[in-house]
Design a protein around this ligand. Structure first.
Ligand SMILES: [Mg+2]
Length: 321
């Protein structure tokens, strides 16, 4: 499958099966086959949290970021799926007793102002402009023209965000931020590479527009580090990469303690939606799904009112045949 997605199936001792999706491609599969499976099979652990801790402890000397947490994500999600099916509850119901919202608000990632207008007409609450094509050192005025044209088409009341894809530097980011601050932009996402944490801290302190990141951060420890450094104002964990649902629950807790908003990467896909619905009662927002996430039945239904999510047991997904 594209972008290194891997599908993971687990079978509980009860015989219940679960399906998860992780990352890391063939390397991720190797990590599961050669390392993770040996610490799970015949384990005396019972809950998803316990299994997750076993996997993280077992790999902590070499696998705190990247491929290993991406593989753990797939296993963790499969375990949650099986666990929900085993007790006859949706993942949403495993996370909260509160009545579920009917739909969640969505934002669409778009490339220009015309696409932005279409997305809002389709019911999206917000749009994110992808600006990688402007290069590593874009003219602030060029980005400003795009954001102004988008704001002109959308009017007030719909949020606009920007994704720089980790390609700028501090100087460029601040120049762009000052150029576009008049157009009411909610965040600038991944302005620099994920490991340039000192730059994130400077930008998050100095930029007139909030800084978002975490799409390429991993596990509780990685997000705790971001919070302690005050590196970003919005966390964007990817549930299929960051360590799975168990890590995402921990990330929401860290965010709440630090006053950070959480808007999961590609949150309109079936694994993130129950967490957003259950764990964010203040400002939930689900990013549009990716076309390359195409291996499952049970994708969420997008309506003009928002995205619906499954209350079927587990994540409500099955493998396409
Ligand atoms: Mg992004």
């Amino acid at each position: 499958m594209s972008l290194g997605q891997i599908v993971v199936e687990v079978i509980l001792a009860t015989g219940e099966t679960g399906i998860g999706v992780g990352g890391g491609g063939k390397s991720g599969i190797h990590v599961i086959d050669s390392v993770l499976s040996e610490c799970l099979v015949d384990s005396d652990k019972e809950t998803p949290h316990q299994f997750h801790k076993v996997m993280c402890d077992h790999t902590s000397f070499y696998g705190r970021k990247g491929v290993v947490p991406m593989a753990i994500s797939g296993v963790d999600l499969a375990i949650w799926d099986a666990y929900g099916k085993n007790v006859g509850k949706s993942v949403y119901e495993l996370l909260t007793d509160a009545p579920p919202p009917t739909v969640l608000p969505m934002y669409q990632t778009v490339f220009d102002d015309a696409e932005a207008e279409l997305a809002v007409r389709d019911g999206k609450q917000a749009v994110k402009l992808h600006v990688e094509r402007f290069g590593d050192r874009p003219q602030p005025e060029a980005i400003g023209d795009l954001v102004r044209a988008t704001r002109d088409r959308l009017g007030d009341g719909k949020a606009i965000m920007l994704d720089a894809f980790g390609r700028w530097n501090v100087e460029t980011t601040l120049a762009v931020a000052h150029e576009i601050k008049q157009y009411d932009v909610d965040w600038i996402e991944e302005p620099v590479r994920p490991d340039q944490l000192d730059d994130y801290t400077s930008l998050n302190r100095e930029s007139p527009i909030p800084i978002a990141g975490g799409e390429h951060e991993y596990l509780e420890e990685g997000f705790l580090d971001l919070a302690e450094r005050k590196a970003v104002s919005i966390f964007q964990p990817d549930i299929n990469w960051c360590g799975g649902l168990t890590s995402l629950i921990q990330i929401y807790r860290i965010a709440e303690d630090a006053g950070i908003r959480v808007v999961p990467h590609r949150g309109s896909e079936p694994y993130s939606l129950p967490a957003i619905a259950a764990l964010d009662r203040k400002q939930p927002l689900a990013e549009s799904a990716r076309s390359w996430f195409d291996c499952l039945n049970g994708m969420a239904q997008v309506t003009p009112a928002g995205v619906e999510f499954s209350l079927s047991p587990g994540f409500g997904v099955s493998l396409k045949s």
